[in-house]
Design a protein around this ligand. Structure first.
Ligand code: 1CP
Length: 353
């Protein structure tokens, strides 16, 4: 590493643009802050060039590489926040599972969990500093290198979403293997969700100690649960995570806003707005006005333009953004997409957002 001081989580440069953090707390801002999910990624030619020939998870384990990839989109666009380059699947790895990124296929677990006995193969107690210290180093280095330009967001996958990958062994359209556990092995499912929750809490606290200024929890697979399963297998753990992280941070006088993004979980919107998170992230299937009504001003909202709207001509994108802003209003609002950017999108269209 070029300068040893840059791996110490202290003497961080003063934050110059706190618009995103103010909006998280529902405070008045002089513009609506913007960032994009997957703002670092394959839609950027410089990302493709940097990642070429390198293994994805090796890249995740290099603090210098993660720092560079986090900063790339900020050199192009005036985003109001950075999100650390990493992946949600570093947690199953830390728990002892092998996960590989296979070109053209995505994340793959050669030996997914099949039956409840397989839980014995997981590390019962994960030392996050040892197993995930590389993420903490990347966060510290990036926070220094950001030079106070914008705040740095840390993140994690939520327990149900991680459980789904660990059982499916990769992406899935039905999640039927993971859902089989919920219906056939509810006790083992809760055991696994609890194990994941414990690691996630320590992991998020480690990210804050390393310099993360906000935290997002991705429940990307909320949509394959119904409201009843969501109440039992997702929501309690999402709540637990926020409560435990906040209790710990309060003890040390820290206030770090937390965002929950439960994709396609609109049936849970009221509950999510009362789950100790300052911000609820929304996918594009929710109408902004009805989201405001249903969350009753209790939380800030983030989202929710359909990423595919970026395929539209620039004038049309401007109209869509204008409508979105009218729907959400400008207070307690963070403009974002309703999910991540896709690899074939034109980076130029991000400017319109
Ligand atoms: O080689 C590559 O570049 C692969 C593409 C890629 C990238 C850029 C993957 C594989 N992960 C990432 C980085 C990443 N992943 C970030 C940081 C970058 C940023 O946001 O700017 C973040 C926040 C994630 C989070 C993540 N990974 C989620 C949650 C968000 C979401 O999309 O819902 C999920 C579900 C994953 C798993 C994952 N990692 C990669 C892929 C292709 C997938 C999805 C697999 C699937 O379910 O089919």
């Amino acid at each position: 590493m070029e300068n040893d001081d840059l791996i110490l989580p202290k003497d961080f440069p003063k934050l110059k643009n706190d618009t995103f953090l103010c909006a998280c707390h529902g405070q008045e801002t002089n513009h609506v802050p913007v960032w994009c999910m997957r703002q670092a990624g394959r839609y950027l030619p410089e990302f493709r060039e940097f990642r070429a020939g390198k293994d994805f998870f090796e890249t995740c384990r290099s603090p210098a590489a993660c720092c560079e990839l986090t900063l790339q989109p900020l050199r192009r666009f005036p985003f109001d926040a950075a999100i650390i380059f990493s992946d949600i699947l570093v947690i199953p790895q830390a728990m002892g599972m092998d996960v590989q990124m296979v070109a053209g296929k995505g994340p793959t677990f050669p030996e997914p969990l099949k039956e409840p006995e397989d839980l014995l193969l997981l590390q019962p107690k994960v030392d996050v500093n040892k197993e995930l210290g590389y993420v903490f180093k990347a966060i510290t280095l990036t926070r220094h290198k950001l030079d106070g330009k914008v705040p740095l967001i840390g993140f994690t996958g939520a327990p149900w979403t991680l459980m789904a990958y660990m059982i499916e062994g990769g992406g899935s359209t039905t999640h039927s293997k993971a859902k089989r556990w919920l219906y056939r092995h509810p006790e083992a499912s809760h055991k696994l969700l609890k194990m994941l929750t414990d690691v996630i809490v320590e992991y998020l606290l480690g990210q804050v100690a390393a310099g993360a200024q906000a935290l997002q929890v991705f429940e990307s697979h909320a949509g394959c649960l119904g409201p009843v399963e969501f109440q039992e297998f997702s929501l309690p753990y999402l709540r637990d995570i926020a409560r435990k992280v906040k209790d710990q941070l309060k003890e040390s006088g820290q206030d770090v806003p937390m965002i929950v993004f439960a994709k396609d979980g609109h049936y849970g919107l009221e509950d999510l707005s009362q789950s100790h998170y300052e911000v609820v992230g929304l996918d594009w299937t929710i109408d902004p006005r009805s989201a405001r009504e249903r969350t009753g001003g209790k939380v800030s909202l983030q989202g929710n333009m359909d990423p595919c709207a970026l395929y539209a001509p620039k004038e049309r994108i401007s109209e869509i953004v204008k409508k979105m802003l009218e729907g959400f209003g400008t207070r307690g609002y963070i403009a974002n997409l309703g999910h991540g950017l896709y690899p074939d999108m034109d980076p130029e269209n991000d400017h319109v957002l």
